[in-house]
Design a binder for this molecule. Sequence first.
Ligand SMILES: [Zn+2]
Length: 317
Amino acid sequence: MRTPYLALCALLLTIGLSVGCDRQEHPAPTVAKQVVVTTLYPLYEFARQLAGDRMEVQLLLPPGVEPHHFEPTPDDLARIHRAALFVYIGPFLEPWAERVIAGVDRQKVRVVAAAEKVKLLPAPSHGGHDHDHDHHAGAAASDPHVWLDFVADQTMVTTLLDALVAADPAGAEQYRQRAGELKRQLAELDQRYRNGLANCDSRVLLHGGHAAFGYLANRYHLTYQSAAGVTAELEATPQRLAQLVQQVRQHKVQAVFMEQLDSPRVADTLARETGATVRRLHGAHNVGKDERQRGVTFIGLMEENLTQLQAGLGCRN
Ligand SMILES: [Zn+2]
């Protein structure tokens, strides 16, 4: 008798249990949600916005942890191996991901390099001991911080959309609609930056930390000077600090920026030496627990950044 079985399943599904019901002849496609594992906060947010309630999206990085030198735990590896999609930026940001990918069954886990269609900028050449002089040295030749370019973000959303549609064709229409909405929001953000940074006293974005804002500076025609290179744990050499002090004086820079992953030492030193004020930017590599609880969003963080930039650079708009 199939009817009582199906009726029982319908009842179980209604109360949120699906034990044994997915083996029936006509399985409901959304009974067990496919899992999407993402490596980085912006990817997590983009994937969540696209997936809606059709897939379960997880962020691999624990709250507050920086991604440049993250090493996945055995539990993390197990999560990736169980996932339907594994979404990362690219080997130039997450060198550890290459080792993970080498071990996964590509028949089961769809691997998505979100930035594969983004034109990468070279890593800045200044900045002292910035690059790893080990087997990742080649990877550090590109600047990995593509998510801080809101045009590149739209390209990444399209790549993500294609992957979701391939993994779950039945949801294609919903994914497309949500991707369209997200891209519209990102395009508006880009427009606000264009307008907001068009008319400023200074176009020198002086950053007392690792070179996270190269794409942003490039997009809005700011001159970017960072204390260290593109990876997070490195600090400026004394020579680089002296150069930056000179830059501040020469260009009459009013504000030194720093972000949450940076040690405040460099920005504080620069500010003390020159009388510039220290302003905060958010690199959005990841968010802390408190920020999650406050319900911050990527676009919200970027709007706060714009406010800080406008104040620090003396923009009138
Ligand atoms: Zn970074």
